[in-house]
Design a protein around this ligand. Structure first.
Ligand code: NDP
Length: 448
């Protein structure tokens, strides 16, 4: 065992003892730590300054009560959170998630991943994440509005355009961002830069809605180009039917791939003729219905209960775009057996560590979430720039910048993996490339 690997092991033991009840956070930290040993061997100063202890501890963690009244006049209460994990590279930046599963462990894993993802974009943004265990499903518009108003009444005390700039995530789209922004404006002042993912009418960025899904596809486009290939004639399996999944499907189809699946938390659609995007958007974005409605209106589609990753379909590309730990080791084996050569994670940590390692060991081009889905936060950072300038750039300009950023991220992952004798191990490449920039900044700033 080298000195660096002993150091990493001691940090792992320390965190496992300290945060034993935070399994998702421990999973994200373990994945990160196991890949950065070779980098630490080249940089003993980071071990000497115990930088890993600092980087795995959030700078600040805020938890608050969110009381709100439902349509029957009953008072409800949820928990609100914001994790301000690391500000070495800029203001805390990361989404808000509204989902009943939200807890400290899940938000800490998301905020931790966000540090390195944001670093990979090359833009001046630190890492954060927040949300609530509020379940938006089945709530009326008025209930969503009252919840968002109460949530922001408290959160507004801790955020600001140069301090912490939240965006959307699961359960938080344009409608929620609008209600949150309206409350912030009323309490503080007009300052569009405090939230990103705003609608275009009040200083959102063009392409932000599409950015995460498009970005994941752009990253794979650059990978395929390196292999002298493209999307033409390739089949893609996708999970999720929310913001990320819909726009990954849109870009896949535009570039010539056949996207044949999508899913929600109850079941999935297999449409051998390719997903009908107009129908999917109408059901999910306009009517806010379940996917069963898709199968009812589309003769070529089958609806199945359960996980799409338990379904056998021959495909070269997989885009998990739903949630964490949706692909376990058995499902990873099934994907490889069905011909999958590229896995691009639109979601955050959708593969368990075992599944991710299986992909890498079996020569699958595994593109981890912190690289593949960084397009969303990248365009959020561009939205911050536009808000500071009081300008709104054209869609073509934002799209071209997004494509360029995804190319840089792909190349950073590829080149860093090569540099550390781990060719095509993009998990290692992404972790080291993301970490290098943050570590350098923290060290230069006196480890604060
Ligand atoms: P949405 O809320 O728009 O959609 C989430 C989708 O995932 C829905 O289809 C939802 O189904 C499904 N889903 C959620 N939880 C589960 C679950 N436990 N099991 C199975 N399916 C589930 O969220 P987004 O599309 O914005 O986010 C999807 C993923 O992408 C998340 O991991 C998020 O962190 C990540 N991400 C999002 C970014 C963004 O810009 N929005 C940026 C970077 C990453 P149902 O409707 O049944 O709940």
């Amino acid at each position: 065992m080298t000195k660096a690997s002993e150091y990493v092991k001691s940090i792992q033991e320390e965190i496992h003892a300290k945060d034993a009840n935070q399994p998702e956070f421990l999973q994200a930290v373990d994945e990160f730590l196991t890949t950065v040993v070779p980098f630490l061997e080249k940089h003993p100063e980071y071990e000497d300054s115990n930088l890993l202890s600092l980087i795995t501890e959030p700078e600040r963690f805020i938890q608050f009560r969110v009381p709100w009244q439902d349509d029957k006049g009953n008072w409800q209460v949820n928990r609100g959170y914001r994790i301000q994990f690391n500000s070495a590279l800029g203001p805390y930046k990361g989404g808000l998630r509204f989902h009943p599963s939200v807890n400290l462990s899940i938000l800490k894993f998301l905020a931790f991943e966000q540090i390195f993802k944001n670093s990979l974009t090359g833009l001046p943004i630190g890492g954060g994440k927040g949300g609530s265990d509020f379940d938006p499903k089945g709530k009326s518009d008025a209930e969503i509005m009252r919840f968002c108003q109460s949530f922001m009444t408290e959160l507004s005390k801790y955020i600001g355009p140069s301090l912490d700039v939240p965006a959307g995530d699961i359960g938080v789209g344009g409608r929620e961002i609008s209600y949150l922004y309206g409350t912030y404006k009323r309490l503080k002042q007009y300052d569009a830069g405090v939230l990103t993912g705003k609608p275009l009418d009040f200083w959102g960025s063009k392409i932000r809605t599409e950015a995460t899904g498009y970005g994941a596809v752009y990253l794979v486009k650059h990978l395929l180009a390196d292999l002298d290939e493209n999307f033409e004639g390739k089949t893609a399996v996708i999970s999720g039917s929310g913001n990320v999944a819909i726009y990954a499907i849109e870009k896949l189809q535009a570039l010539g791939a056949n996207a044949v699946t999508c899913s929600d938390s109850n079941g999935f659609i297999y449409d051998k003729e390719g997903i009908d995007l107009a129908l999917l958007k109408d059901i999910k974005e306009v009517k806010r219905e379940r996917l069963t409605a898709y199968a009812e209106q589309r003769p070529s589609a089958e609806y199945h209960e359960g996980s799409v990753w338990d379904f056998d379909v021959t495909a070269e590309l997989a885009f998990p775009c739903a949630t964490q730990n949706e692909i376990n080791i058995d499902q990873a084996k099934r994907l490889v057996a069905n011909g999958v050569r590229v896995v691009a994670e639109g979601a955050n940590m959708p593969s368990t560590l075992e599944a991710a390692e299986f992909f890498i060991e079996n020569n699958v081009y595994y593109c981890p979430g912190k690289a593949a889905n960084a397009g969303g936060v990248a365009v959020s950072a561009l939205e911050m720039s536009q808000n500071s300038q009081r300008l709104q750039w054209e869609a073509e300009e934002v799209d071209a910048r997004l494509d360029g950023i995804m190319k840089n991220i792909y190349e950073a992952c590829r080149d860093t993996a090569k540099e550390f004798d781990a060719e095509n191990n993009f998990m290692l490449g992404a972790n080291i490339a993301g970490f290098a920039r943050v570590a350098k900044a923290m060290y230069a700033q006196g480890l604060v």
